[in-house]
Ligand binder design. Sequence first.
Ligand SMILES: Nc1ncnc2c1ncn2[C@@H]1O[C@H](COP(=O)(O)OP(=O)(O)OP(=O)(O)O)[C@@H](O)[C@H]1O
Ligand SMILES: [Mg+2]
Length: 446
Amino acid sequence: MNKHRILVVEDDDLMQGMLNDSLSTEEYDVTLASDGLEGLKNIQKTKFDLVLLDIKLPKMNGITLLEKIKKTSAETIVIIMTAFGTVETAVQAMKMGAFDYITKPFLIDELMMIMKKGLELQQLKRENILLRKELQHQYYLGDIIGKSIEMQKIFQLIKIIAPSKSTVLIQGASGTGKELIAKAIHQLSLQKDRPLIKVSCGALPETLIESELFGHEKGAFTNALKLKKGRFELAHQSTIFLDEVDDMKPMIQMRLLRILQERELERVGGTDTIKVDLRIIAASKVDLLTLVNEGKFREDLYYRLNVVPIILPPLHARKGDIPLLVNHFLSNYNTILNKNVELSTEALQRMMNYNWPGNIRELENLIERLVTLSVNNKITTKDLPENLKTNKKWSSDKIKIVVQEVEKEHILKILEQTNWIKKETAKILGITTKSLWEKINKYNIS
Ligand SMILES: Nc1ncnc2c1ncn2[C@@H]1O[C@H](COP(=O)(O)OP(=O)(O)OP(=O)(O)O)[C@@H](O)[C@H]1O
Ligand SMILES: [Mg+2]
């Protein structure tokens, strides 16, 4: 274990020597300073875990030095040593961030107890920061944010299937992030260095779609002045993203089926068969199976596309994602617009309570608008559109509970991964076994 670095700032030789002798143990690495300025120099040079600070010091008094320590290294624990009769100063020091004080003369054991308590608290704080970072990290997959269980499951699935070439069908209402997911899968695939080729099946006019998708030979029709490769050919050894497959015309559905089955195509007006090796990701904003049942989408094509299904729930069904998304878009638009706009807790509550028919796109657009229009760097409930102003179900307590639930889920997940081996779990989480036990008790995990 690393030794704790301790700085003793004390002008009395006898006292300094005594502290040096008793504290220089296996646990502590002691540095000595005899006046305030020397103390300050040490602080600026080295990061100390703990400072034992006399109040009455030559050159710079203890209170001034304390202020500088807290500025340079806020997490350093400071214990004040006061002479009898200066308790008031000690109280002032506590207000300024000292951890505790001890009145001279004192027993060394008494001092050691206080030091130990301080260092334990510091350790806990460090662990918390680590855990929070670890959790934050969990909530991102490329540009996609998601800490709800639903999104976490999707993240896991994406990580597993991305390196393979299996066909993926992404279904979700408008604005739920289908395109983002498609990009993420491509980015995590082995073909990531080649471009992702996108086709909006609904946007292309019927007269153009064939030659867009499959290409044409020179002279295939009146305007075909030269050979053109279609999107499928361009996506060879890469990924093709077929957006809005629900809008695909029956004739195109049939041709697509052939590519899915044979992995080959002919250009319009051509006779040569061209082999293509590619990954297909399709997206639909409506439930495709319903379209199949209504006779609007080929059943055989549906099954060919639905190899790995990803269903994106609407935003109102994953409210746990809202605070992170809001933060993300806020900081995005603050950067873009060179502003520093913040959102009030009440405004966030309203957002958690709203049902977001336009899903994440609607949320993003709203934040962009609010940041753009903000004049005093604050967004409060009165800045929100009418439909968001009503209702108040999510209290800040509720939000806190959501955050705790996430931590609980995360710990549980790692516990399951390690077969409930606490030591290993604690290691992965970057916390001590002791604090893992505390969390297990706190959250009632069993
Ligand atoms: N989980 C997420 N984290 C961060 N940003 C997101 C997330 N989901 C969606 N977005 C953002 O919301 C917007 C809409 O997402 P996207 O275009 O992927 O939705 P879509 O499902 O394809 O919508 P549509 O059906 O209307 O085409 C984009 O700007 C996207 O970056
Ligand atoms: Mg889209």
